[in-house]
Design a binder for this molecule. Structure first.
Ligand code: ADE
Length: 219
């Protein structure tokens, strides 16, 4: 699976792509990530990717031509490649775990990070989906792009050390995760003792399954 990110702030992705499991996925060639600077497709000498809105109003919006050109250049030319073009914007469809799973069938996902007050509306003609990561306004789609990439990449086969843990986690079966504990068994904080539920130390797998099922909350 391959992610192409179109942004006017490519440097925002440096540390995200250079650490943790995302880097491991890239190193293992499970996923590929490429960040593209939208200004590279701007035609004027100042490499201007944004402009004032017709009709007036506050702020700047992303120009259409650089985005049209960028998508055309980045889209995989092989007809068999299943490419999805996604615009990240606060007015988009709310992203969720089911969508993350569904996106696994794509070979290439192009993520357009909107900026400023928005994107020229004609760009919506050539995108497949407009996605929001929540009911709040960020100053751009960059953080949202990182959120959706992380949610999708960790589901790509071969990414997780223990694939069974994917089925048990939050949102699978529409239930939240059960509480988890690790060492120490007993913890003293500010004079209070916090202990691990005895059943988890019992070694009785059947009882542990029942306890965990009981302690999962419905979404
Ligand atoms: N860009 C600005 N706000 C956003 C949001 N909530 N989700 C996705 N992209 C955004």
């Amino acid at each position: 699976m391959r992610f192409d990110i179109i942004t006017i702030f490519p440097q925002l992705f440096d540390s995200f792509l250079d650490a943790s499991l995302i880097k491991k996925a890239a190193d293992k060639k499970i996923s590929h990530f490429k960040v593209h600077n939208l200004r590279d497709w701007a035609f004027d000498k100042h490499k201007k990717a944004d402009d004032r809105p017709f009709g007036g109003g506050a702020g700047m919006i992303l120009k259409p031509e650089p985005l049209f050109k960028a998508i055309k250049a980045i889209r995989c030319k092989n007809k068999k490649t299943n490419t999805k073009v996604v615009l990240l914007a606060p007015a988009g469809r709310p992203f969720n775990q089911h969508m993350a799973k569904n996106w696994l069938k794509n070979d290439q996902i192009i993520l357009i990070c909107g900026r400023y007050e928005g994107v020229d509306a004609r760009v919506e003609k050539i995108i497949d989906e407009k996605i929001s990561i929540g009911p709040y306004v960020l100053s751009g789609g960059e953080v949202a792009a990182m959120v959706v990439m992380e949610a999708v990449v960790r589901l790509v086969p071969g990414y997780m050390g223990n694939p069974a843990s994917l089925n048990e986690e939050t949102f699978e079966q529409d239930l939240y995760e059960y509480p988890q504990y690790t060492r120490p068994e007993s913890l003293k904080v500010a004079g209070k003792n916090y202990t691990v539920p005895k059943v988890l130390l019992s070694g009785d797998h059947q009882k542990i399954i029942v306890w965990r099922q009981k302690h999962r909350r419905k979404i």
